[in-house]
Design a protein around this ligand. Structure first.
Ligand code: FES
Ligand code: MG
Length: 562
């Protein structure tokens, strides 16, 4: 068990009755790594390094970790780097989300089991930062979240491009026949041109900004692009802050409070950020023991306008947000809506943090003001109704306004594989007014892949149809866009109403009213329910554990035992 009064390498000593021998053994092995008593009397700061060859967006991390080490040393601490699970968003199958809880568990246990007084959690890819925040809250030793930083944009024929909103829009143009094979091959080389995380306001960028908004990352460290000196300085600073946090015992439990979570949601809405952040914040809140649900999100969403002009809700990229002043300037703009009394990791409160920050300057257009917002309140909306009794989420800021109130007949797909098989079938009975329904892609059913932005059927795309209403228990990439209803809860695999939809059933979406309804008589649904059988349970291993323990989306899709 934890020994909070014991510092450094003696923390958590397992003595089996001879404590002197255990201490002696530990120091003998540390001596083999070049540590002497001068080193070992300092506060030990662990640095969780999540680089990996498949995680291309973390390729600058080794240099960043060096910067953290320097910061720790300068502040009088002893840095010790350890590897932690690397989760490459693009290269993991079936979805990196299936492994977020595994990384969270692993990180929590590594932080708890190894002797450190504080930890710097270096991460950046979509599931890494959520996993690290979840781990930090549960391990509850002083922790600094340090993000990898975003990629810089590339260009193609004079147009600025970024991963992955432009990956999607360019591929959609290719599917529609506007870009040929040579064009799309050129585009491929211009989408992800440097190290760093996806640079639109997708999940990685959103979670970076929310870590800072929560107070878990030092002010101003969320937005600096990976290849810059600003990013390295963020690393050095995080190292110094970690030593202070160790000495002063600033634990995540004192930082991740109801007020901090409300601040994070406020920033999420102002960013027009990723829908995935909703799930991650719910999971973090649950671990922190803070009562926080979709209704809290809904309440906050209704008063926060869209302020940040980044893709997919706007036109800019993370580097633009950084140049405009980043999260501190954004939070200054949001000041009247924030809880300013919450503590932050670098010491003091959010009020102290924002005291010297200027409002959005007029030489830039990326960060707007409450008086002159970029878009209306409610960039994200929570939906409920007979099709989603426990809630669903839609990103209104990335949807087509004309479709936000819509009633249409369902075209049902049983799984993401079924979508792949049939979506481009010329005989698919689909019109632009149809509602594309995807099920068995929720937490239990499929590990919740980013399959929710079902592609527009080719025959419609070729005729210029760019958006349709889509409904699923899946997630969608934070970089995606369209009128896409996600996270339908309870999901189909546990027998939610989504499991009972049939082709041709009418579905009503009314985003302004927060409604998602299946217009089928309850008696008919009861009959269908009698015929329903749950999908097969995975036989063994991680997938079995995941299936047996994962909670629904509206609870954060964490494990029931966490
Ligand atoms: Fe890692 Fe996009 S692939 S952030
Ligand atoms: Mg993503």
């Amino acid at each position: 068990m934890d020994q909070p009064d014991v510092r450094g390498v003696d923390r958590g000593l397992t003595s089996y009755g001879d404590e002197g021998f255990s201490r002696f053994l530990r120091r003998a092995f540390l001596a083999s790594a070049g540590f002497d008593e001068v080193d070992l009397d300092r506060p030990v700061v662990g640095i969780a390094d999540t680089s990996g060859g498949f995680t291309t967006c973390h390729r600058e991390m080794p240099q960043l970790v060096k910067a953290v080490e320097r910061g720790v040393l300068e502040a009088g601490g002893l840095p010790v780097v350890f590897p932690a699970m690397s989760l490459p968003e693009i290269l993991m199958s079936p979805t990196s989300m299936l492994f977020r809880n595994l990384a969270a568990l692993e990180t929590e246990e590594l932080v708890r089991a190894q002797p450190m007084d504080a930890v710097v959690l270096a991460g950046g890819c979509d599931k890494t930062v959520p996993a690290q925040l979840m781990a930090a809250v549960s391990a509850d030793i002083p922790a600094v979240q340090l993000v990898a930083g975003s990629m810089l944009t590339g260009t193609w024929r004079g147009t600025r491009l970024g991963a992955c909103t432009d990956c999607r829009s360019m591929w959609a143009r290719h599917r529609a026949g506007e870009l040929d094979g040579d064009d799309i091959a050129d585009v491929r080389g211009a989408l992800a041109t440097t190290g760093g995380t996806c640079m639109v306001m997708g999940t990685a960028s959103t979670m970076a900004c929310l870590s800072e908004a929560l107070g878990m990352s030092p002010a101003g460290t969320a937005t600096a692009p990976a290849p810059t000196g600003d990013r390295l300085r963020a690393g050095v600073r995080s190292g110094r802050v970690a030593v202070e946090a160790a000495l002063e015992g600033r634990r995540p439990s004192s930082i991740v409070t109801a007020g901090a979570l409300a601040n994070a949601v406020t920033v999420l809405l102002a960013l027009g950020g990723s829908t995935n952040a909703v799930i991650h914040l719910l999971a973090v809140a649950r671990r922190a023991g803070v009562p926080f649900g979709l209704d809290d999100l809904s309440r906050i969403a209704s008063r926060v306008p869209l302020l940040v002009d980044c893709k997919p809700s706007g036109v800019g990229y993370m580097e633009d947000l950084h140049r405009a002043g980043g999260v501190p300037v954004l939070m200054k703009a949001l000041e009247p809506l924030l809880d300013l009394d919450v503590p932050v990791i670098e010491g003091g409160t959010l009020r102290d943090r924002l005291a010297g920050v200027t409002p959005p300057p007029d030489w830039q257009t990326t960060i707007r003001t409450l008086d002159g917002p970029l878009g209306p309140t409610g960039a994200l909306a929570v939906l409920r109704g007979s099709l989603a009794p426990d809630g669903a989420v839609i990103k209104r800021s990335a949807a087509s306004p004309a479709l936000l109130k819509h009633e249409g007949p369902a075209v049902v797909f049983e799984s993401p594989e079924d979508v792949a098989r049939r979506i481009d079938d010329p005989d698919l009975p689909v019109t632009p007014a149809s509602v594309l329904v995807l099920r068995n892609a929720g937490p239990v059913g499929g590990g919740m892949p980013e399959a929710g932005s079902v592609p527009i059927p080719a025959k419609l795309a070729r005729n210029g149809v760019r958006d349709m209403v889509r409904v699923s228990d899946a997630r969608m990439s934070g970089t995606a866009y369209g009128t896409v209803v996600l996270h339908v809860s309870p999901e189909a695999a546990v027998g939610g109403p989504l499991a009972l939809v049939r082709d041709g059933d009418l579905i009503r979406l009314d985003a302004a009213a927060g409604e998602l309804s299946l217009l089928v008589e309850p008696e008919e649904l009861a009959r269908r329910r009698e015929q329903w059988t749950p999908p097969r349970t995975p036989e063994r291993g991680w997938r079995r554990l995941y299936h047996d323990h994962v909670l629904q989306a509206h609870e954060g899709a964490d494990f029931d035992v966490c």
